[in-house]
Design a protein around this ligand. Sequence first.
Ligand SMILES: Cc1cc2nc3c(=O)[nH]c(=O)nc-3n(C[C@H](O)[C@H](O)[C@H](O)COP(=O)(O)O)c2cc1C
Length: 380
Amino acid sequence: MPLIQSIDDLRKIARRRIPRAIFDYADGGSYQERTLRANAADLDALSFRQRVMVDVSSTSLATTVLGTKISMPLAIAPTGLAGLFHADGEILGAQAAAAFGIPFCLSTMSICSIEDVRAATNRPFWFQQYLMRDRGFNQALIERAIAAQCSALMLTLDLPLLGERWRDARNGLCIPPRLSLRNAWDVVTKPAWAMKVLFGKRRTFGNLVGHIKGASGVLNLAEWTHSQFDASATWRDVEWVRSRWPGRLILKGVLDADDARFALAAGADAVVVSNHGGRQLDGAPSTIEVLPEVVAAIDGRCEVLFDGGIRSGQDIAKALALGARAGLIGKSFLFALAAGGEAGVTRALDILRNELRVTLALTGTPNAAAAGPHMLRVRS
Ligand SMILES: Cc1cc2nc3c(=O)[nH]c(=O)nc-3n(C[C@H](O)[C@H](O)[C@H](O)COP(=O)(O)O)c2cc1C
């Protein structure tokens, strides 16, 4: 691999290695991408207090999330279709995360199935699902997650219907990806990707194939998925999931203090402050803007996780400073995966770990658990 110093370097490599439609699927957001940009811009706008003459000779990043020890306050967020960024992408992501000692969350909309990932890893992973109109399918997924010994179930709340992603429509993104006149040159110039993914073994929704009656064809599966997001779901449905899932429950997509309190009442063990990486409500606030109000509303009664815009260890440090227990990465993971498979993901985690370690030390913070608002400058 060429010299890789940052997540941005991995993003640039990813852009060269995978077709435009796949790259843009990760890189883009909904509509005018205002919230997507706000996630990064608001993180950038925060500055640290540099502190000196504090003993930071043994900075530790280790912490716990949901009672499990992890090596640093970071997890890999659920991302649909990760297996299109690199063959066996979800398996490689789970393996890299396991080796690093951080959680990996598998999306229902993954290419590798929950059973594929279970068979390839020996460390428990998290499993994400949406509320589907076919509740029997939710029930079946819960049973599969129990059988795979998943250590937490993440229920995503912010997708009752799909925000439009203009880049995907412009690029004619389709699942599974197909060779067409329109993308021929793009695909021909990415032969390694084409050989392994386009003509590879796993190219469609691994968790759905063979599990959906009357929708065995791959195109049908995509249609089925789109028709299944349940716009009628309410907190009662979250309670329904809570009553069926015996393990830790993480509610993802909380962006408001009132919703944080509802999530607690519905039985959340953790919430993820998330706007889906700027892919749903365009014009929603950035996640770093609302993090302090959600932390205040939760008031220590469950864990608060954070995602949206994390591209560096400095970004993770800012989220910790404002009360997150850990951050999650979506795009940074996918770019790393596309750039170099498991080695790429490991490199990304290494970069984030080193940046976080140095940032904590230079703000005079001896360990991740001691992070707090004192690390940030208050603007007058
Ligand atoms: C390509 C892509 C696919 C995603 N698929 C899912 C998904 O299947 N389920 C889900 O809950 N969130 C999904 N997300 C949202 C991520 O879990 C996470 O909230 C978001 O990526 C965090 O922002 P970041 O990309 O800036 O790190 C997806 C994000 C991306 C970029």
